[in-house]
Design a protein around this ligand. Structure first.
Ligand code: ZN
Length: 143
């Protein structure tokens, strides 16, 4: 393992052990409930939107370290973004995880940390679960 991989591994572990925004409240309407049956990961999401801008992303997740870390990273990456930009980032991130496009060097380093997952096709679904869920939550919210 080289230094960069080591750093990435530590970033994933940090999000796994200290998940950000993982606090779905009883009054939060669940806008998306997604599962990755390949691994047994499940996420429920909601978001608060004000003036077409995402003010808060909240979720409850059970599953593996990759799915949990990715959900935590997703919540940080998308909070504060206009809906349109968030949808773009979701699309680009999912495509990058599937190896359909390159990672964007301008992305937050947390997202780069997930790039190692691309070598493991079964893990790609773990890494993209929260992102698919969020895309669904955003479309539910707009509807
Ligand atoms: Zn998983």
């Amino acid at each position: 393992m080289d230094d960069l991989e080591q750093i990435y591994q530590e970033m994933i572990l940090d999000h796994y052990k200290h998940p950000r925004n993982a606090e779905l409240l009883a009054d939060d309407p669940v806008l998306a409930d997604e599962e990755n049956p390949m691994c047994g990961d499940r996420i429920q999401l909601t978001c608060q939107i004000n003036d077409e801008q995402i003010e808060a992303v909240r979720y409850k997740i059970s599953g593996c370290a990759v799915s949990r870390a990715s959900a935590s990273m997703m919540s940080e990456a998308l909070q504060g973004l206009p809906i349109e930009e968030a949808n773009d980032l979701i699309e680009q991130f999912v495509a990058a995880m599937r190896g359909e496009r390159e990672l964007d060097p301008d992305w937050h380093e947390d997202l780069m940390a997930l790039s190692g997952v691309r070598k493991f096709p079964l893990r790609v679904k773990c890494a993209t679960l929260a992102w698919h869920g969020m895309a669904k939550a955003l479309s539910e919210r707009k509807a």
